[in-house]
Design a protein around this ligand. Structure first.
Ligand SMILES: N[C@@H](CCC(=O)N[C@@H](CS)C(=O)NCC(=O)O)C(=O)O
Length: 229
């Protein structure tokens, strides 16, 4: 066993880590976040505020913060671009993904969505985010039918981008057109990454288990409500 992943029974931030673990062929056990959070989150080595947590048997330590966990794994399994600029852009892409997760959940559920504010986000910042990913891909040779976000080989940035938009489109089919219109090459990238040999059966199994569940809780209910209004 290589890792233990502590997260809730949801895709949201956990799917980023699981898709990477799957693609690199690492073995891991998934445990409920409540095993660490909140009672032990200050006393573990490398304390961290909130799930996800990844325990790495190799270093016998835990890492928190989804972007840090992805960087840790990407270094280890050579899923980072070589050039300094694209290496930095891989981190920037993961941070962009985490910002979108925060924004779509109204700052991790601090306040529930209401229709006017949701619409302003859906037709304002959300398409801007989509175009940021699209333009990054196009600048590095991504086409509708081929290529990767930061060049000719897969990197952690492709996994993160797909964990973001692929999961979003699956959980909220209403948003499929938004991605297709604002970021057609990204929509194609998501389809290609989601159909990779180990990722496809993993997602099939995960989606059988969680259905269209996304981030859970009251904030997911509020998101679904404003989207249907
Ligand atoms: N910036 C952290 C965010 C962690 C976070 O917000 N985790 C959520 C679940 S995705 C949670 O359980 N939060 C509980 C809390 O913050 O107390 C990361 O990227 O890992």
């Amino acid at each position: 066993m290589d890792y233990k992943l502590y997260y809730w029974d949801l895709p949201f931030r956990g799917v980023f880590i699981e898709m990477l673990l799957q693609d690199v062929g690492a073995s891991y056990q998934r445990l409920d976040a409540s095993e660490i959070y909140p009672d032990k989150c200050l006393t573990i080595q490398n304390p961290g505020m909130a799930p996800p947590y990844l325990y790495d048997y190799g270093i016998r330590k835990t890492i928190a913060q989804m972007p840090a966990i992805l960087m840790h794994l990407a270094h280890k399994y050579d899923y980072l671009p070589k050039r300094a600029e694209t290496h930095t852009l891989a981190l920037k892409t993961i941070l962009d993904c985490n910002d979108v997760l925060m924004e779509i959940t109204n700052y991790n559920g601090m306040q529930m969505w209401e229709k006017a504010r949701w619409d302003a986000f859906r037709y304002g910042r959300l398409p801007d985010w989509m175009q940021i990913f699209e333009n990054t891909g196009l600048a590095h040779g991504l086409h509708d039918g081929k290529g990767f976000l930061l060049g000719s080989t897969i990197s952690v940035a492709d996994i993160a981008t797909t964990a973001l938009f692929g999961t979003m489109m699956y959980a909220f089919p209403q948003l499929e057109n938004d991605v297709q219109e604002n970021a057609p090459a990204i929509a194609g990238l998501c389809r290609r990454i989601e159909s990779r040999a180990v990722i496809a059966p993993f997602l099939e199994q995960q989606r059988a288990k969680y259905g269209r569940g996304y981030c859970g809780g009251q904030i997911e209910r509020s998101l679904r409500k404003v989207m249907d209004e």
